[in-house]
Design a binder for this molecule. Structure first.
Ligand SMILES: [Fe+2]
Length: 590
């Protein structure tokens, strides 16, 4: 049975193909169209998935869309009517931008793919999040928590999933919170207030929070009233997003917290204004964590289960994830590599397979590498055309030796291996790597390649068997770090030696690398450790500011040429930048 899952028309469109219960491939549309956060109907991603699997559209047993358009329409119409007449101006915009495409999605799928409408199915949005989190995890019995901005109505759901001995699967979402009461919208509102782009700038809020103190937490708690059942309700007098206004927060929120930051204003936590922004970020981060920990705790008490599968865009908040793991009582916390809407393409397909068609559960390979595979020959050809010397290393040990030489000498390496990651994080297949030791390297990376704000930290990668030596991991922390889903303290004695990846509050969003999941990346880390005594590398996504993560060799090569990368590796091919300065004129070929 072949099932194609699709997410589209909100943020990060994606497609995924599941065959006989096992994912074959999945990719975000942006990686192929090269438009960051591409939300269009994912024609390229679908075409690639079908082509990769050698499947014709008519061979698909089902195409599953990751939410129910009519329910979403009902929500937008209801909210517009509730806020009438203030909302009326924005309603046509919402219809056109957010919803128009989705309402006709069945027609789009039928016409673009030539699939009869009887084979087109819809999951509820949080069912897709739940399935992505539960079915891709290695557990057979778990509590489930999903939290995002909003899908149709639900913004948060709590339940459980289980797989019986005969392989039949169940997901039961027992409770939900409904729009406009939403943790994702709360955090996005503060993202906008702090002058960052919504749906992208949430990482900046989390990074900035480390510079502040939660001095406004009482004010934020007033905006998010807790309810006796451990949930919450937003005090809507502080918010305007639910009324379709152009601004998501109200004058009352500004009266409590002070003027919002203009996106173009620089942030310097050393100034009074910058410190206030950092305090606001720390405050909303704290309140978010408190609510999530309480919800997870109550879910743990209620289910008595050891494992929690957690999905939805809020699950990208690694600081909150670490607290959930430490404080909720769950032994394991499983967050998929793509907990946000892109992962719903895979979640929707798995949901339909297990719960609509009642197929037996089959274990989902436990890795994030579902996209197109790198071709070393492409890099060799491109670099060769430009007259650059290409070193093809037949033996992996030689390739790794050369890369370790470069990293140990302080050079910055673009590293492309295997298949592209599904999800927003580079996990060693489309990564920029560098030595993690000196803060100067962080500044160098920002100056030459990433151009990020100083308050956004870079992440370390470490072989999972060495992780405890460098980082203070709670039980289950190494597992949570597999897809870089948790932020943990760097051990005191290593902070000076890991300065480029240690955030201002002495934490790091560590990736714990398993040999079985990423053998070549693991071997590189081990070899770097053998050389330097510290098997840790700085690992940041391989892209320039404003661009999607690279996918094919040509994008890596173009990024290499346009940035301060010193070395580019694709598969077993290695290219070095020409050195422009040389003592001997005949060597100055650049
Ligand atoms: Fe979502």
């Amino acid at each position: 049975m072949r099932i194609l899952g699709i997410s589209a028309h909100y943020h990060d469109s994606a497609a995924a193909l599941v065959e006989d219960g096992v994912p074959i491939c999945a990719v975000e549309e942006e990686r192929l169209t090269r438009r960051k956060n591409d939300a269009a109907f994912p024609l390229e991603a679908i075409a690639w998935c079908l082509d990769h699997a050698g499947v014709q559209p008519e061979q698909l047993d089902a195409v599953v869309f990751y939410e129910k358009p009519m329910l979403k329409f009902e929500r937008i119409l209801t909210m517009a009517l509730r806020a009438y007449p203030r909302s009326w101006a924005s309603f046509p915009r919402a219809m056109k931008n957010e919803l128009g495409n989705k309402l006709w999605v069945k027609g789009t799928i039928a016409s673009e793919l030539g699939v009869p409408s009887s084979r087109i199915l819809f999951t509820e949005h949080h069912q897709a999040h739940a399935a992505a989190a539960f079915f891709a995890s290695p557990t057979r019995r778990a509590a489930i928590l999903t939290a995002d901005g909003v899908g149709e109505w639900a913004t948060l759901s709590l339940g459980r999933g289980w797989i019986d001995d005969d392989g039949s699967a169940s997901i039961e979402l027992r409770r939900e919170l409904r729009f406009p009461h939403s943790l994702g919208m709360l955090y996005s509102t503060f993202t906008a207030y702090l002058g960052f782009p919504v749906n992208e700038g949430e990482y900046q809020v989390m990074g900035l929070a480390a510079y502040g103190k939660p001095a406004f937490s009482d004010q934020v708690r007033r905006m998010v009233r807790r309810t006796p059942d451990g949930a919450f309700a937003l005090d809507l007098s502080y918010f305007e997003f639910h009324e379709g206004a152009r601004r998501s927060f109200s004058d009352r929120l500004v009266a409590e917290l002070g003027p919002p930051r203009h996106p173009w204003d620089p942030i310097d936590p050393g100034t009074a204004e910058g410190a206030r922004y950092a305090d606001v970020a720390a405050s909303v981060q704290l309140v978010l964590e408190e609510i999530l920990v309480d919800l997870a705790r109550s879910l743990h008490r209620e289910t008595g289960l050891e494992d929690l599968c957690y999905g939805g865009g809020v699950a990208l908040n690694g600081c909150a994830n670490a607290r959930i793991l430490r404080e909720s009582g769950f032994r394991n916390l499983y967050v998929p590599s793509a907990p946000g809407d892109a992962g719903c393409a895979l979640g929707a397909a798995l949901y339909a397979d297990r719960l609509h068609f009642r197929q037996r559960h089959r274990a989902v390979p436990d890795h994030p590498y579902w996209g197109p595979e790198i071709d070393a020959n492409d890099l060799a050809r491109l670099a060769g055309e430009d007259g650059l010397e290409v070193e093809q290393r037949a033996r992996e040990v030689d390739l790794i030796g050369s890369v370790v030489d470069e990293l140990a000498a302080g050079r910055i390496v673009g590293w492309m291996q295997g298949c592209t990651e599904l999800g927003p994080r580079a996990l060693g297949n489309r990564s920029i790597l560098a030595a993690p030791h000196d803060a100067a390297m962080r500044d160098e990376l920002n100056r030459r390649i990433k151009y990020r704000e100083e308050f956004r930290p870079f992440a370390p990668a470490v072989p999972i068997e060495h992780a405890e030596r460098f980082f203070e991991l709670p039980p289950g922390g190494a597992r949570l770090g597999r897809f870089m889903s948790g932020v943990f303290p760097v051990r005191r004695e290593w902070r000076a030696r890991l300065a480029a990846v240690t955030h201002v509050n002495e934490t790091a969003r560590v990736q714990t690398v398993e040999r079985a999941m990423a053998p070549r990346f693991h071997a590189l880390l081990e070899a770097y450790g053998a050389r330097t005594g510290v098997p840790v590398l700085l690992n940041t996504s391989f892209n320039l500011a404003g661009e999607p993560i690279v996918n094919r060799a040509i994008e890596g090569y173009s990024t290499f040429l346009r940035s301060g990368l010193d070395v580019l590796v694709a598969g077993n091919a290695l290219v070095r930048k020409r050195r422009r300065v040389s003592a001997k004129p005949e060597e100055a070929v650049g």
